[in-house]
Design a protein around this ligand. Structure first.
Ligand code: ZN
Length: 324
């Protein structure tokens, strides 16, 4: 009787042991499956991340955040898979959307949040091209559709010598200008006078040889370098284009920066673009134009370009640069 009881107890223990072993074994199997799927999904994410790094590294600075995402995923894959993270990873691997484009959700989440700014979906996917992205960032993407090689944009400055260029000129109030801008200048001056101002056309077209004479005269008093800061070298004066005029006031005929306080200049600076003219040497742009602020010097570039240049506070140099 006692022996029989012992036998039953033994059998019970064996059965229980067997059950326990079975359960432990089964659980272990499951965990290994989890690990395997975690590793697989991590591999997929890592692969897609490295592809994206290749394409994105050169054109944008989001690379560090993408790498951070990749590191996080790899770290998980290398540690013994805890049941919860394994489940999370298999969960993301099962997501059909991510399976299609092969990008892990962890990676996209990191790349969106770490920068602290919203990225368009296309950009995050790496499908936005370098040019599209540049256009999105270019504040001058709305520049007018003009032919920068047209005559209105002839550039004569310290680094662009127009040599012995001679335009066809016509006379207006004692000065000569390129014949093609006579109508625009006539209207500009007439409307300024109609607004109650007095206008003097002080200087217009100046030919190469006149400029050469002025420059050489200056060279008799200074060395050539110094002379060039006072009088433009022949071929580099904008007056030689025939597209510029010095405009002063009847009551203030001096070409000094104080001209800016006259009602005449204030009207002209506010309306010049409506006639196709710009303030060619504005204040604060001396490092670009290499010419002091000249509130008397107006240059013709056509209404479209003039409007854009004046609205965006550009110089002709900067405007032309937009088309290169
Ligand atoms: Zn001038």
């Amino acid at each position: 009787m006692w022996k029989k009881r012992l036998a039953i107890a033994e059998i019970t223990v064996i059965v229980l042991l067997a059950l326990t072993i079975g359960i432990v074994y089964f659980r272990k199997q499951k965990t290994q499956e989890g690990e395997a799927s975690a590793a697989a999904s991590a591999a997929v994410s890592a692969e897609s991340t490295s592809e994206r790094e290749d394409t994105e590294m050169e054109e944008q600075k989001t690379a560090p955040s993408v790498s951070a995402g990749s590191t996080a995923v790899s770290a998980v894959a290398e540690t013994p898979a805890a049941a919860s993270s394994a489940a999370a990873l298999s969960g993301s691997a099962e997501n059909p959307e991510e399976a299609d484009d092969g990008s892990g959700s962890a990676v996209s989440a990191v790349s969106q949040s770490s920068e602290g700014e919203e990225m368009p979906a296309a950009e995050a996917d790496g499908t936005m091209g370098a040019e599209e992205q540049k256009a999105a960032e270019d504040p001058y993407a709305d520049k007018p559709d003009i032919d920068i090689n047209s005559w209105e944009f002839i550039l004569a400055n310290y680094e662009n010598n127009i040599e012995e260029y001679v335009p066809e000129t016509a006379e207006i109030e004692g000065i000569e200008l390129d014949a093609r801008i006579i109508d625009a200048m006539t209207a500009f001056v007439a409307d300024c006078r109609a607004a109650g101002n007095s206008v003097v056309l002080a200087s217009g077209y100046r030919d190469y040889y006149t400029q050469q004479y002025l420059f050489q005269l200056e060279c008799t008093m200074y060395d050539e370098e110094t002379a060039a800061t006072i009088v433009a070298r022949p071929g580099t004066s904008e007056h030689q284009t025939g597209l510029a005029a010095d405009i002063t006031d009847d009551y203030y005929e001096y070409k000094t920066s104080d001209l800016q306080y006259t009602a005449m200049y204030q009207w002209m600076a506010a309306h010049c673009q409506e006639y196709g003219f710009i303030v060619r040497f504005p204040e604060g742009k001396e490092d670009i134009t290499r010419i002091i602020y000249e509130p008397w010097h107006f240059r013709y570039v056509g209404v479209e370009a003039a409007t854009y240049i004046m609205e965006h506070d550009l110089t002709l140099e900067e405007f032309i640069e937009l088309y290169k």
